[in-house]
Write a new protein. Sequence first.
Length: 187
Amino acid sequence: MRIPTAVSFAFFSLTLISPGFLFAQETVPELVGPLTQDDILAALPDWHDRMVSYEAGYAAIAALKDIPDAVQVEVYLGSWCSDSAAHVPAFFQVLNLVNSPRFDVSCMGVPRAQEDRLPYIAGKAIEKLPTFIIYVNGLEKGRVVETPSLTIEEDLLAILRSSDAAEGRRRQESLFPLLRPEQDDRG
């Protein structure tokens, strides 16, 4: 049985214009659970390329090198997420440039399916990816959620500096309670 030429042409045309044929999408592996920088970069070569091409701000890097406290950063990311693909490699480059043992980083891959995320984000109030949670002395000092306000290094530095200022104010208030402005009745 011979298929009419018009039918063959129509089928061939539909095949050519079907989604995915002309614009083949690269499949990105879904990395889930605890990960290291090496795990992520080995599985996602594009992220490695983005990391090495990221040009971090020199002044922020120099200031981050001078942070005296131990800093822990928890990174929640989606290997399938475009914001994670943009900002996690930049964060890795910042870490590499700072090159300080005072920065301890853990990464958690989060699945794409919302209903599967709870075991990976329980108790962390993660709503968007990536989320970088910054801790100093075991206390959460701030977050960078989805997209940095400025750059990842400037946002990280701002969080760490603001925690220093707030901590200094708290110490001063506890040492000198009589000098608090709200208690000054001199008019």
